[in-house]
Write a protein that binds this ligand. Sequence first.
Ligand SMILES: [Zn+2]
Length: 242
Amino acid sequence: MQTCFHFHGDLVPLLRPRWRSGQPIRLPVTRAASIKDVIEAFGPPHTEIGGIDCDGRPMDFSCPVGAGQRFDILPVTAPWDVTRPTLLRPDPLPGLAFLVDGTLGRLARSLRMAGFDTLSNRLWQVPDLLRTLAREPRVLLSRNLDLLKRRQVVFGRAIRAEAVTAQLREVLALFGIAALPRALTRCLDCNGLLEPVAKSDILHRLEPLTIRYFEEFHRCRSCDRIYWAGSHVDRMRRTLAA
Ligand SMILES: [Zn+2]
């Protein structure tokens, strides 16, 4: 007797190539497994799943897969509110914050530019990322599907876009972020919070042209880097407007 698995919406491109037609998949179930393990064997990480219906009833990831059942597997849809408990993720996040793996370093800087609390370090390996999540739960952004399948990752997203501006739009759209960011609140290098600093206090650290053209400055509380409202803020606003 066969079991039917129907993957919906933007889960289809994450399926292994032989399953990517978008049609329901019918297979005999030969061994005991949870729906989480079966979904991930088809390709999509559990982080991408927004709902699981078994014969029309909502189930969680531990649901055992049996012969003759029909599963509808639904994607996470925008706007995704990670602060709200759901059947699949009963322990929500206290707020929207990101952990970005080392291959998406430019996206991490863009998110900080937009004011989001974003941890990232290009030297961190998988164990470092998982330790960080255990200490401080966040949304993990990655292109590494195997990493997103790890049990320790509760909130995550497989970034689909290639270019950094498209990646930023993808994240903003998924989490339903429409408002313009509060620019100049986060350090692009270290994620530290910025504070206003008097020009006179940092004059010795500025180039002559910066002294001539800018009056408002911020300083990172963590690494002491100096910021002023220059071209990167304008570029950010254009990206968001698009
Ligand atoms: Zn800093």
